[in-house]
Ligand binder design. Structure first.
Ligand code: CP3
Length: 348
């Protein structure tokens, strides 16, 4: 490890001077600096211009004092070279104009060469590594299930009707798609690490829609392939999902040095289910950030008390920052985490 930072130390369950904190979706529309850039460029344009992506990545590092930067990109960027027609439609979220529903659709997906087809992401990483000195840079990708759900549904979904119907009714097509996606995502993540990402996170945001049995059979082997490819590059790997209380032991067996916990499970209970031989990240409810400061304070304190000073806790939300979140409250959380953990909550 070329650099000592509390974030990278905590990923490896080493003792830290204070609990590291960063936020999923820490760059985005809740920040006036981001909105100023978004007025001139679309989301995809920002991602495809390394200088802009780097600038947006740095905004929360400068204004919040977080312990890690997360590359500004989107889990759906690989959909562009795959050829499914990605667009971020105003007010609708992502739309994929050519969804994947049959074996023919899977076969029609383009081959993807991450280093060239998504080269702008690697360029942004190289720009950022020159500009970030002591703050480590996190790369990321979507997990195969979560990316597959967008490809199959053609956008965001509540029930995952088409996704799970393919899984249950046409498993051959499901497995062919997951095989394809897991190799594309593994290559993409490895390319990010080789370009300079010092840790990576895989976002399985919607995997909580599955039973443990279905997760094990239809998802775990593919997530494992992506996680293993990253692990072979010797950087810490964070494995994140939401609604995962019943999936945590299986997610651990799929891989990751750090497992993300959402707010639906108390941090200590989640950590017990996983065991003490793994680090955890989480797990403040993002909506806490809309509450008055004394309430935020109580809830931050509660999470740190549950972590109890054990090495291997990275403070984060249980899911991404929401639009309209008050920036001052986000800053206040960073300061609270650093202040309380430095005096050693739970350490007599
Ligand atoms: O964390 C960061 O600051 C890095 C940037 C980042 C973005 N997307 C930029 C973005 C990251 C890590 C993501 C991940 C992502 N993208 C996930 C997984 C994380 C999660 O929240 O579960 C998912 C599911 C997506 C797919 C996606 N991208 C959706 C559903 C949407 C639309 C929802 C919305 O907020 O409008 C996006 C758009 C998007 N990606 C935005 C940002 C900042 C907001 C839209 C904009 O600026 O136009």
């Amino acid at each position: 490890m070329e650099m000592n930072s509390r974030f990278l130390q905590a990923c490896q369950r080493q003792p830290v001077d204070a609990t590291p904190v960063w936020f999923m979706r820490q760059a985005g529309r809740y920040m006036p600096e981001y909105r100023a850039i978004r007025e001139k460029y679309t989301l995809i344009e920002i991602c495809q211009h390394p200088e802009l992506a780097a600038e947006v990545t740095l905004q929360p590092v400068r204004s919040l004092g977080v312990d890690a930067a997360i590359l500004f990109a989107d889990i759906l960027l690989p959909a562009i070279p795959l050829g499914v027609g990605l667009e971020f439609a105003k007010g609708e979220g992502p739309v994929l104009h050519n969804p994947v529903r049959t074996m023919e659709d899977v076969r029609a997906l383009n081959p993807v060469e991450a280093e060239s087809d998504l080269g702008y992401v690697m360029d942004a990483i190289r720009v950022l590594r020159k500009e970030l000195n002591r703050i480590p840079l996190i790369g990321f990708c979507g997990a195969p299930f979560t990316v597959a759900s967008y490809l199959i549904e053609g956008g965001s979904s509540r029930e995952f009707l088409k996704t799970k119907t393919m899984m249950y009714s046409d498993p051959q097509t499901w497995h062919a798609l997951m095989e394809k996606l897991s190799s594309v995502l593994a290559d993409y993540l490895v390319a990010q690490i080789r370009a300079g990402a010092q840790a990576v996170q895989i976002f399985d945001s919607w995997v909580g829609a599955l039973s443990p049995q279905d997760y094990e059979k239809f998802v775990l082997p593919y997530s494992q392939k992506v996680l293993q490819a990253a692990k072979n590059e010797n950087v810490p790997v964070i494995h994140f999902g939401t609604n995962t209380t019943t999936l945590l032991p299986l997610m651990k067996s799929a891989g990751g040095d750090v497992i993300g916990l959402d707010w639906r499970i108390p941090l200590d209970d989640g950590w017990s289910l996983l065991g003490n031989d793994i680090a955890v990240q989480g797990n403040l409810d993002p909506i806490t950030l809309f509450a008055p400061l004394p309430e935020i304070n109580t809830r931050v304190h509660d999470i740190l008390r549950r972590a109890d000073g054990r090495p291997g806790h990275i403070f984060n939300l249980g899911h991404g920052i929401l639009q309209n979140t008050p920036v001052d409250n986000v800053k206040a959380v960073v300061d609270m985490v650093h202040e309380y953990s430095a005096v050693g909550i739970g350490n007599p």
